[in-house]
Design a binder for this molecule. Structure first.
Ligand SMILES: [Zn+2]
Length: 292
């Protein structure tokens, strides 16, 4: 899935993590629940599930919020809103025009990739666009063995009249929530190119490392996931279980991984990540001075 990029050996990172729900939470199914108006996503046994795509969406939003502070561009998938040019936020007419200009020049694959990156904001380069695959994945949550109380809870809601600010008579609804205390394990993996020949591409590697590190640190303090978070649902905390990597520029590491799927355990990851963040700040923020 990673594909050849940048003509240089990549480094692959793997974070094994756990997400602990401190409150009840819900990821809506878009359908009625068994006994309520609004159901949640469950597996065939009725156990609430946590899709990797849901985690990734919220992780992306977290990275977008951190982008400014780290000197990283984020289009927010809306060029007008963010003021950042990005193919992912383009209107379709300008997008077609750009695509035509590129195809007429018949650039080689490497050149095409470079042109696409130039037109893509830093956050979209990591998470992917409709044109360009992302380089970060999050696996579906896997319920940890502590299990769950086998009970989907039911909550009531009322439709509030926006003008009057009061509940409208008779307009009540109910919805399912998954209980507090459910824990899921998941893995976050991404790939980068610290040995890329071009300075811009090495710069992108540092930006992404700083972004992922800052977002993981933030999630360790707590974050919200799923629907109705304004009603206090979906408060969660992330715990990093382990950080591993494979440097494909190191024949021994690459060999061990390719033959035995052996990862290299990164023991001092917190210090290294702090180093990434400080280096990115020193590089990207004018006037920033980081002292050791
Ligand atoms: Zn973008």
């Amino acid at each position: 899935m990673w594909g050849p990029q940048y003509n240089s050996p990549p480094v692959r990172w793997r974070i094994e993590l756990e997400i602990e729900f401190l409150t009840a939470w819900r990821i809506g199914s878009g359908q009625e629940g068994e006994t309520t108006d609004m159901g949640i996503l469950v597996d065939p046994d009725g156990t609430p599930i946590l899709p990797g795509s849901s985690i990734k969406g919220v992780f992306r939003s977290c990275c977008e919020r951190l982008a400014g502070a780290l000197g990283v561009t984020a289009c927010l998938l809306d060029r007008d809103l963010s003021g950042v040019d990005c193919w992912n936020g383009f209107d379709s007419a300008s997008f077609r025009q750009e695509k035509k200009a590129i195809s007429e020049g018949k650039p080689r694959a490497v050149e095409l990739r470079r042109r696409m990156e130039e037109k893509t904001c830093h956050v979209c380069r990591l998470f992917g666009t409709t044109m360009m695959g992302g380089r970060l994945i999050l696996s579906d949550g896997c319920l940890t063995k502590e299990g769950w109380p086998e009970l989907v809870e039911r909550r009531d809601g009322v439709v509030i009249d926006r003008d009057e600010g009061v509940a409208r008579d008779g307009l009540k609804y109910d919805y399912d929530v998954a209980p507090a205390g459910m824990n899921f394990s998941s893995t976050l993996e991404w790939i980068d190119y610290p040995r890329a020949l071009e300075k811009e591409e090495r710069g992108q590697t540092l930006r992404e490392r700083a972004l992922v590190a800052a977002a993981i640190f933030q999630w360790s303090d707590g974050f919200s996931l799923g629907g109705f978070t304004s009603r206090g649902l979906g408060r969660a905390r992330l715990v990093v279980l382990s950080v591993k990597s494979v440097d494909f520029g190191d024949p021994e590491q690459a060999g061990k991984f390719l033959v035995k799927r052996e990862w290299n355990l990164v023991k001092d990851w917190e210090n290294r990540w702090q180093g990434w963040i400080e280096e990115q700040l020193a590089t990207a923020i004018p006037g920033a001075r980081v002292t050791a």
